[in-house]
Design a protein around this ligand. Structure first.
Ligand SMILES: CC(C)(COP(=O)(O)OP(=O)(O)OC[C@H]1O[C@@H](n2cnc3c(N)ncnc32)[C@H](O)[C@@H]1OP(=O)(O)O)[C@@H](O)C(=O)NCCC(=O)NCCS
Length: 387
């Protein structure tokens, strides 16, 4: 329990303990998305994520996040055309990726390529609001291209040029695999992009806002976000989940694995959340998609193992699956290589990151919190030759 001082106020140390990891700290204002962790609610610009997952598209969500409202039909068509037009990246980006060792993690390659894109951007030297809005849309379009390029280059395969007749979701799978997806795969990819597009002040978004608040450029802020997304406590969890599923192998082995892992005080990736205390509403859709994609391929193996693991972790630890848990089997069923899962997260989250960067710059104040100093004081400086 937090002790109050004689004046009845929290000490700095108490405040830090309460908000370790900035948990429960409101760190700024945003009109983009909101989470009710107790009731499992997520909204983008006021609209429930369930309605968006069932009825919307990634293109529409980009318009919603960037412009603040749903588009009229003609506006949506225009935005889809703008995104399609901006998909290409300079050939130098592929050349740059070829310089990296083939063992480079795709997230390392991706953040390097996106940082480099900042130098090639036609608006590189223009930080006016219209130029920043163009960069936001261009990067949203290009992220899918760069992610596909990262995978193709490291495998020594020729890049696949974007197809402007395809939706963002279908074109991404086409550029990644070289094959145009069927309607089920396209819809699953599109829903996954809708579900991952924004999530309040998550770690990578906050990193982007901190960078943007120094008036660093848009590409720099997105590079900071990509570096932050890589970690297994954040976006890297989806890759770790697939490795877990492959390690366990079959539903029969799951119980022993869960008991041993929890007894060893290890975390099980894809479970728990900093904000949700009930079902993550995004997991509801990803669970269904995992089952449907498995059934369509006549192989329910990964879905059944995931379902078993989810039941066991809930029973043994009271933790719910988060967005990364079922997205692992969904991406696997879509034929996406496991170490590309976190880059795929970025293909979607770029919509939210760029919207947050624009929102931060539009009403900026340098983000600069304080720390509670826990080191010594009054330490005498001893000259080097006397130590
Ligand atoms: C997401 C996450 C970082 C949020 O954590 P948090 O709010 O900081 O909570 P903590 O990490 O402090 O965890 C609180 C307790 O639950 C346990 N816990 C949380 N997530 C756990 C997990 N996935 N597996 C096992 N135990 C977990 C912690 O060990 C801790 O237990 P303790 O009180 O006995 O020490 C955490 O749940 C986690 O690491 N999950 C796995 C990674 C993941 O899936 N990340 C993607 C998030 S979308």
């Amino acid at each position: 329990m937090v002790q109050l001082s004689a004046e009845g106020v929290l000490s700095m140390a108490d405040t830090v303990k309460q908000g370790a990891g900035l948990r429960n700290v409101v760190a700024g204002e945003s009109a983009l998305s909101w989470i009710d962790g107790e009731r499992g609610i997520l909204i983008y610009r006021g609209i429930d994520i369930h309605a968006l997952a069932e009825q919307s598209s990634f293109e529409e969500v980009v318009f919603l996040l960037h412009r603040g409202r749903l588009p009229a039909r003609a506006e949506l068509t225009a935005l889809a055309q703008d995104l399609a037009r901006e998909r290409a990246v300079p050939a130098s980006i592929a050349a740059l990726l070829k310089l990296l060792p083939s063992s480079t993690h795709p997230m390392t390659a991706l953040r390097s390529a996106v940082s480099a894109l900042g130098g090639f951007d036609p608006d590189a030297d223009d930080d006016t609001p219209p130029a920043n809005a163009r960069k936001a849309l261009r990067l949203t379009a290009q992220m899918a291209t760069v992610v596909a390029l990262v995978d193709r280059v490291r495998n020594g395969r020729a890049p696949v040029a974007p197809d402007p007749s395809l939706t963002h979701a279908a074109n991404f799978l086409f550029m990644l695999t070289g094959e145009r997806p069927g309607p089920e795969a396209e819809r699953a990819m599109d829903v996954a992009l809708v579900l991952h597009a924004d999530h309040e002040f998550n770690a990578s978004t906050f990193a982007a806002r901190v960078a943007a608040s120094t008036l660093a450029d848009v590409h720099g802020a997105i590079t900071a976000a990509l570096a932050t997304l890589k970690g297994p406590l954040h976006g890297g969890a989806n890759e770790a989940v697939m490795k877990t599923l492959q390690e366990i192998g079959t539903p029969e082995r799951a119980e022993v694995w869960v008991r041993e892992t929890l007894a060893a005080k290890k975390k099980i990736m894809g479970f728990g959340h900093a904000v949700y205390r009930t079902e993550d509403p995004r997991a509801t859709h990803l669970r269904r998609m995992s089952r449907q994609l498995g059934e369509a391929r006549g192989d329910r193996r990964w879905y059944e193992l995931s379902e078993r693991l989810e039941a066991l972790v809930r029973a043994h630890k009271g933790l719910n699956a988060n967005v990364d848990f079922y997205s692992a089997s969904v991406y696997h069923e879509l034929g996406i290589p496991t170490d590309m899962f976190t880059p795929v997260f970025a293909v979607s989250r770029i919509a939210g990151w760029t919207a947050h960067v624009l929102e931060q710059i539009a009403n900026n104040r340098l983000i600069r919190p304080e720390s509670e100093y826990t080191g010594p004081r009054d330490v005498e400086y001893v000259p080097l030759d006397q130590r």
